[in-house]
Design a protein around this ligand. Structure first.
Ligand code: HEC
Length: 151
């Protein structure tokens, strides 16, 4: 049977299956971006407890900042066509797909500001880190103000 028509068909079916698997569904993409946003939110909340002096240890700050900085590099890619509110239930405004350069600019800003946060955490520059935390939080808010539906 090796090389026979059945074998070829099986190969084709496997290839087709892989192709099908490779295409992420719009629902999964929205779930992924919301989950990743929430992850950045959790890291920001953890940092805020330190900045507000409710937690004394600054040991994890670089790790939290690095997670945000790492994810920030992908934020601009989390909004492919077909994942807007006209297609999937989402907190993303339709404006995103009319103003993609602006969204990407906001994402690039987060990338820059969170990279600075990582540097300051590594330098253990407490005062500058705490000030930069506010800058990063404002960067999140600025994009949300324009592109995210208010809860
Ligand atoms: C470039 C724009 C942009 C930036 C920058 C941005 N966000 Fe978002 N964020 C969005 C959009 C748009 C949504 C709505 C996504 C959706 O529902 O599909 C969102 C949703 C969220 C959510 C809700 C997720 C859910 O469960 O529905 C949280 C939490 C969040 N962002 C936190 C953050 C934090 C923290 C930062 C900064 C570290 C940040 N975001 C930076 C655009 C941005």
């Amino acid at each position: 049977m090796r090389g026979g028509p059945f074998h070829v068909m099986k190969k084709l079916l496997i290839a087709f299956g892989l192709l099908f698997l490779a295409a992420d569904s719009p629902q999964a993409i929205v779930k992924y971006r919301q989950t990743s946003m929430k992850a950045m939110g959790a890291h920001m909340s953890a940092i805020s407890l330190v900045v507000k002096h409710q937690i004394a240890s600054r040991a994890d700050l670089a790790v939290h900042a690095e997670a945000i900085a790492g994810l920030s590099r992908s934020v601009g890619e989390w909004f492919p066509a077909g994942t807007g509110p006209d297609k999937v239930k989402s907190g993303a405004k339709a404006e995103i797909w009319r103003q993609m350069p602006e969204l990407k600019r906001d994402a690039a800003r987060l990338e820059r500001e969170s990279a600075k946060l990582v540097e300051l955490a590594k330098k253990k520059d407490t005062k500058a880190f705490d000030a930069q935390y506010i800058v990063v939080a404002n960067t999140c808010d600025d994009c949300h103000d324009v592109f995210r539906v208010r809860d």
